[in-house]
Every structure is written in C-alpha cells, then in structure tokens.
Design a protein around this ligand. Sequence first.
Ligand SMILES: [Zn+2]
Ligand SMILES: [Zn+2]
Length: 354
Amino acid sequence: MFCPRCGSEDEDLYNGICKSCFVKEAQLINIPSDVEITICAHCNSLLKGIKWEDSELAEEDLVKIAVIENVETPNYVDNLELLVDILTVKGSNYECMVHANGTIMGISVSEDHRVNVKIKRSMCPDCSRYASGYFESVIQIRADKRFPSSDELQTIDDIIRTKTGALSVKNRMAYISDVSVIKEGVDYYVGSYKAARKLSSAIKDVMGGVMQESPRLVGRDKSRGKDLYRIWISIRLPNFKQGDFIKYEGHIGQVKGFDGRKILLKDLESSNIWSVMWKEYNRIKVIARSSDIKITSITSKTPKFIQVLHPETYQPVDIEINDRISDLEIGTEVKVLEIEGILYILGKYKNNAN
Ligand SMILES: [Zn+2]
Ligand SMILES: [Zn+2]
C-alpha cells in the first residue's frame, strides 16, 4: 500500500492516506466563524434555545462560554485544551481567538481559530413583566376599625423595602410594582406571590394582626391550560396596642406583647400570663386602654379589704384582698382601672411605668 498524497509505502492508511498526511490535514476543532447569543439587557439572563436561564456571569464570561459551547471535536482528538481570548470589543461584537491544543494519533497539534461573537440584547419575560407593572399578588395593609397609624405604616414600609431587597437576589420577581394609599389603608403590588407571602409573614411577625388570603381568577394561560389567579393578602392590624386591656372567654388581660401567632396577656385578676391565638381575634373585645389607668392611694386596710379612693369620684371603694395585692400598705400610691363598674388594683405606682 502507498499513500496517494506523499507516495510513501508500507504504511497503514487512514481515510485512504498515511498517518502523517492524515495528521497534517486533520483539525482539532470545528467552530463557526460567527456566533450569536441573546442576553437580557436588564438582568443578564441568557437565552438558551427557547428558555431563559438566570446568570450571575459577566458579559465577557458569557461570550467565552458561548464560544466553547460551539466547538465541535472529531473523535480522533485526545487531550483537548481550549483557551478563549477576547481580542477586541466593538459595541456588541466580541472578536475572539480560540487556542486549541491536543493530540491526534499521539502527535501534538495546536490551532488558532478566530470567532466573532455578536450579542443580541433583548428583554427576558421576567424583566418585561416588571417593565409592564405585572404583579401576582397584592398585600393590603389594613387596621381594625381604624386607619393604620403613620408609625405602623413606616415600620411596615421599612420591612417591605429591606425584605424585598434581600429576596430579589434569588427571585427577580420579588419587586414592588406599585404602592397605593386608599381610604382603608395601603396596597403593595408584588411581582411574585411567593415573595408576597414572605413579606406578609415578616410584617405579621412584627406587627401581629390577622392575615387572610383571597385568590381572584384573572384569566387563563391558554398555552399551559392553567387558570391564572392573583392573590390578595390582607393584614388587619389589631384595634389594640401593648398595654391595652382585652377580654377573651370571660377573662380580662393586659396586652404584654405579641408575635406572628399569638397575643401575650397578663391576667387582670391572677396576674398569670396567658396567650390567645390571632385566629381568635374576632372573639376578643377591647375593654380598656392603657390611658384609662388611674392613680390613687390606699386609705385603709383590713384583713379582707383594701380601701382606696375612687380616682374620679373620690368616694372610698373597698376592694377584696388577694395574694397579688395583700402586700400593699396604707398610703401607697397604686394604679387602678375601672372595668364594667369594678375597680381593680393593678399594682404599686412607680413613676413612668404601666
Ligand atoms: Zn502520506
Ligand atoms: Zn431579564
């Protein structure tokens, strides 16, 4: 056998030519001279086929990856190493050089290929939704029988801003597309329902209140055969503050604090701490405000009764002694509260304490 290219004899032939002629003619890689990629001008997401993929990478890295992904290698190539250099950048055109090193049939080969990468800038669906004011959920800030106070609204606004910033790192749809102040309160329009849920529970953890979700059908996604809902999440802030007195199932307690799940109360008669879940809110009655607490002093004491002057009528009132108040002495200033015609001694009066 002899090689038709170089005429050498006694060699095995590959594709009809000798080994050295084959290596000389073979290529390590094939790559188109022009490559185009589409990225979102707002968030750098990359379009792959028909799908947009999140990307944290800089444009230059996306270009290099696009080059590598367009490389085709024949199966007779071993030990392939690729290096992409960006030579020049003109607008959205990246002129690149691919340095390829590898072996073909045991012989080292090096090649350089010039590739032009063009970047097409577009807008991914998430960003175009954002641009068009799209929202999946509305958080309604309300208060029971009142308008939320400006302090409450300020605290809530701070929570929403901080939390949205944190959520948007992982979820591009975690944005507020609109805020509107209406007669009953404030509405926050949120891009993603998931984000809206997280925001709402963060608000409830700090502010307490009653949360309710109501989905509304807004249309149908024909391509996916799914009904489209928007979810309204309302947070109703309570009609009481820390220090106020509420009645629940016959017990009266002073509100000591609350979290997202329950209200902590100090019992007016026993001083025990107990709690009521927010979902029981409708069965709670506000019975007195912290501002209704009055100061008076003890005028006499018997084994069974403590006598104080009524803070408004100045008439003497006998109050049955219990363990909680048995230590109080004549002349001591005490905090009292009148509820449903009954005067309760809350405790010793110390300046600036409730
Ligand atoms: Zn040959
Ligand atoms: Zn985008």
